[in-house]
Write a protein that binds this ligand. Structure first.
Ligand SMILES: [Zn+2]
Length: 253
């Protein structure tokens, strides 16, 4: 019995290494989704990953409050300067992070030509936001959504090099294209709740998306037994949303 136990122990802990050996499931969890590859939807059914682009902005805190009240988790793909300087919404972003919502990158300036930029310029777009996020929430994101969902040119190879998971969408709410919250709701109903969870394209910069569409989606998810999770959670990567980074003393854009 004693001999058997020591053999089992050496199998688990290794004879020559002091490092703990992870089982295959733990290793997969640590690895998370592959960097530099386009991801459109969740990795399993029964969930919905509410995802919002283009903030932070004047509605960020309101959105955090609505999600928190609905016991929902959301994902915020934020920029540095698109709707004002990111430091202007420092407290709202910190509150979002503390509530367990995911903060992810949507680049520093949201360039219109993202898909045709040089690798150096793409890298600068990402690192400038990383520095600001380390200054504001203390960590840097490992998830990003390209502006205009542009995934061509140097985008994917550069994101792969930088370790970014590239998220697009599988449902377009159309809020950016003057679609009303009611029209967006129809889009969700038509898409339905079967299959792997949705990662919709929405924007926290529209009052209708924050104040009307989001409460409706929280109810829609609840009445269809969908769990409202972050993008990282819906990809089986709950602990992989951030890594450590280096900040600086900057407090303005
Ligand atoms: Zn955008």
């Amino acid at each position: 019995m004693r001999l058997t136990l020591s053999i089992v122990a050496s199998l688990f802990f290794g004879a020559s290494s002091a490092k703990p050996i992870l089982n295959p499931i733990q290793m997969m969890e640590m690895a998370g989704p592959e960097a530099g590859k386009v991801i459109q939807k969740c990795a399993s059914p029964g969930m919905l990953a509410l995802a919002y682009d283009d903030g932070p902005y004047q509605y960020t805190q309101r959105l955090v409050d609505i999600l928190d009240a609905g016991e929902a988790k959301g994902t915020f793909f934020v920029t540095g300067t698109l709707y004002g300087c990111i430091y202007n919404q420092k407290t709202a972003l910190q509150n979002a992070y503390k509530s367990g919502h995911q903060i992810a990158s949507h680049t520093w300036t949201h360039p219109q030509n993202f898909g045709s930029m040089s690798s150096a310029d793409l890298t600068s777009q990402m690192t400038r936001l990383e520095t600001a996020l380390v200054n504001i929430i203390g960590v840097k994101p490992t998830y990003m959504r390209p502006p205009y969902l542009a995934t061509g040119g140097n985008v994917l190879p550069t994101m792969k090099t930088m370790g970014y998971r590239v998220i697009t969408d599988d449902i377009d709410s159309g809020d950016w294209n003057n679609r009303s919250p009611q029209q967006s709701q129809q889009t969700f109903q038509q898409a339905g709740t079967s299959g792997n969870g949705h990662i919709p394209l929405m924007h926290e910069t529209y009052s209708g998306t924050v104040n009307t569409l989001t409460p409706w989606l929280i109810n829609w998810a609840k009445s269809n037994n969908l769990k409202l999770v972050t993008v990282a959670e819906c990809l089986g990567d709950p602990d992989g949303a951030y890594v450590n980074g280096t900040g600086n003393s900057q407090t303005t854009c």
